[in-house]
Structure formats: structure tokens, C-alpha cells
Design a protein around this ligand. Structure first.
Ligand code: TYD
Length: 139
């Protein structure tokens, strides 16, 4: 699962005036960016995400503060702490993710490969496991 969801380290183009990170669609991240959103003022008790997407790929970056992302394919899981603006994690389609442990200053920036479409979300974990099991049987 870690191979499917690599940590991406962005170059720092900063100088004595401050730091600068650039992200261009298709360069350094494996898709063209169609949508950007950010999550903030979620406190440490909240769990967000809790879904998998049939069509969307994402890169998650904490541009401020920190949060954790639990990533699973229904079999294996790992947790990434996003705690610096120069790192992100890539999440391909059909991977389940939970975001939690938000610091009070957390701003979690999400780059997405699609425009929003609620129909491509799987929000029930049992449904997700079922679909993953069926996909495996078809392989
Ligand atoms: P939700 O998917 O629950 O957020 P998260 O997974 O980050 O916790 O989205 C919260 C609400 O915002 C939900 O009503 C759908 C809406 N929304 C959009 O309209 N467009 C978007 O791009 C996103 C991410 C959410």
C-alpha cells in the first residue's frame, strides 16, 4: 500500500526572503489538477475523509500545522503525518482515507484530479470492502 501511495517531497525554491514550493499538474504529481480545496478549523477530535473515490486521485499537503492520514486498501494500512508544506501524500483511486489529529493551525490542502461529483464517493466502509473483494475476484 505504501508503494501505491508515495510520499512526495517538493523542492524548496526559497531563498533569504522565505520559502516557495511550486506544484504543477503532471509534473511531480501524477495528474492534471482540476480542483483544489482545503480543510481547516477541524479540531483534534474530528475524523474527516472516511471515503474512497472511484475516479478521483488526490495529493494532500498540510500547508500549515499538521494532521494524520490513515490510508488503507482494506487489507494493509499505514499512517502518514503531514507536518510540513514541502511534503504531500498521493492517494490514487479506490483507496480509503481518514484524516484526523488536526492541529489547531492545520490547513490541509487537497489537489484533486477531477471536478467534484458526489456519485464517485464510496462512504460506507463495508461497501468499500465488498467492492475491493469483487475487484480482486475479477483479476
Ligand atoms: P466531505 O467530502 O465530507 O469532506 P472531507 O472528506 O474532506 O471530510 O465534504 C463536505 C461537504 O462539502 C459535502 O457536503 C460535500 C461538499 N464538497 C463539495 O461540494 N465539493 C468538494 O470538492 C468537496 C471536497 C466537498
Amino acid at each position: 500500500i505504501k508503494e501505491k501511495c508515495p510520499i512526495i517531497h517538493f523542492d524548496d525554491l526559497g531563498d533569504e526572503r522565505g520559502k516557495l514550493v511550486v506544484i504543477e499538474g503532471g509534473k511531480g504529481i501524477p495528474f492534471d489538477i482540476q480542483r483544489v480545496f482545503y480543510i481547516y478549523e477541524s479540531d483534534s477530535m474530528v475524523v474527516r475523509g472516511q471515503h474512497a473515490n472511484k475516479e478521483s486521485e488526490f495529493v494532500l499537503i498540510n500547508v500549515s500545522g499538521k494532521s494524520k492520514v490513515r490510508i488503507t486498501d482494506g487489507k494493509e494500512e499505514f499512517v502518514v503525518e503531514l507536518n510540513k508544506p514541502m511534503m504531500g501524500v498521493y492517494i490514487p483511486t479506490m483507496i480509503w482515507k481518514d484524516m484526523y489529529d488536526f492541529s489547531s493551525d492545520s490547513v490541509l490542502l487537497v489537489l484533486a484530479s477531477t471536478h467534484y461529483n458526489s456519485k464517485e464517493y464510496i462512504r460506507d466502509y463495508d461497501d468499500y470492502l465488498k467492492i475491493m473483494g469483487e475487484e480482486e475476484n475479477n483479476e
